[in-house]
Design a protein around this ligand. Structure first.
Ligand SMILES: Nc1ncnc2c1ncn2[C@@H]1O[C@H](COP(=O)(O)OP(=O)(O)OP(=O)(O)O)[C@@H](O)[C@H]1O
Length: 314
């Protein structure tokens, strides 16, 4: 459990309720708290080695993803008690935020093997929500401080967003465009006819989001149709957006309303490579970890998670 995830009452005060809810479900758990400067992935790995039946994480997306990293390809599942601020991973998996209901899912739900994203085939660089290149990668370093209500940082983020220019990018998909296209914009339909057999293209874009699930960041519905178990990442290319359109779009997706916009091209692939003639950073789950070129790929069914029984995907 992360004692500081979320913004409401301190998590240790929720502990008696969580333990009682687990006991009601006949689950007896040993408890460990996360530390600010130590990845809880190690705790999860140790639990696997010591023969525990499952690992239950109480925390937000940062904590859930760190614990999950320790369980990639492990034989035991992850149970999630979402007590973070946005809980995108839990939301993507239809796990309730009510503590008792979340514990019920852990006891009575089904085990689902979900996909995980990976950057550059690097065992250190898994992602669960989304990766990105362009404006959001530039903004994410400011994100945590904005989340903490530091208004100076918010102003800095707005200034950066307004002055950010579209970037030249080369996008290489692992399949021909015609096979990667989901909902089609006019340009996509044009591409589909003209370039159906091509799998790479060059363009200028404000940002490219590579989503594993529907939600990321501060609760954005970024890829409403993304499933976490289909072996595919959803690549959304934001082209020719005016700043005003972008603000409007992100405002509405932060409120769960996703409107299909013909200026967003969407592709579904298992692997995508992005490169650029300029130095551009990329992020995974909000952490800026390197510069282009980068290859993102899906690791199919990498993680076992307890989700509500008989719920259709994600
Ligand atoms: N014992 C601790 N004391 C202080 N900070 C901690 C401790 N354990 C973990 N952290 C920090 O908590 C952060 C992760 O928080 P987490 O993402 O779980 O919550 P959140 O930000 O409220 O939720 P969400 O990501 O869903 O919005 C990491 O930055 C980590 O370093």
């Amino acid at each position: 459990m992360n004692p500081v995830s979320g913004t409401d009452e301190p998590n240790p005060m929720k502990l008696p309720d969580i333990i009682a809810a687990l006991e009601t479900e006949d689950i007896r758990a040993d408890l460990a708290f996360t530390k600010p400067d130590e990845s809880p992935a190690l705790l999860a790995q140790r639990a696997v080695e010591e023969g525990y039946d499952m690992v239950i994480v109480g925390g937000g997306d940062g904590t859930v993803s760190e614990v999950a990293k320790g369980l990639i390809h492990a034989p035991i599942p992850l149970g999630i008690v979402p007590i973070g601020t946005y809980n995108n991973i839990a939301r993507s998996l239809s796990i309730p935020t009510d503590l008792a209901q979340a514990c019920q899912v852990i006891a009575q739900g089904q085990i689902k093997s979900i996909d995980v994203g990976q950057a550059n085939n690097d065992a250190e660089h898994y992602f669960f929500e989304a990766a990105g290149v362009g404006l959001d990668a530039a903004l994410f370093p400011l994100g945590e401080e904005v989340k903490d209500g530091q208004w100076g940082r918010t102003l800095q983020a707005v200034r950066l967003a307004i002055s950010y220019q579209p970037q030249r990018l080369k996008i290489e998909l692992d399949r021909p465009l015609a096979n990667a296209t989901t909902r089609t914009s006019l340009r996509q339909r044009f591409l589909r006819r003209q370039l159906a057999t091509r799998s790479e293209f060059q363009l200028q874009a404000l940002l490219v989001v590579i989503a594993n699930g529907p939600y990321y960041g501060t609760g954005f519905t970024v890829a409403p149709d993304a499933l976490m178990d289909d072996g595919l990442l959803t690549v959304s290319v934001y082209r020719k957006f005016s700043k005003w359109e972008l603000v409007r779009h992100f405002w509405s997706i932060s409120r769960g309303q996703y409107h299909y916009n013909p200026k967003i091209e969407t592709y579904q692939v298992a692997k995508v490579r992005l490169s650029s003639p300029t130095k551009l950073p990329f992020h995974i789950d909000g952490h800026q970890i390197g510069e282009l070129p980068v290859t993102f790929q899906v690791v199919h069914q990498a993680l076992k998670v307890l989700v509500p029984a008989e719920t259709s995907s994600p």
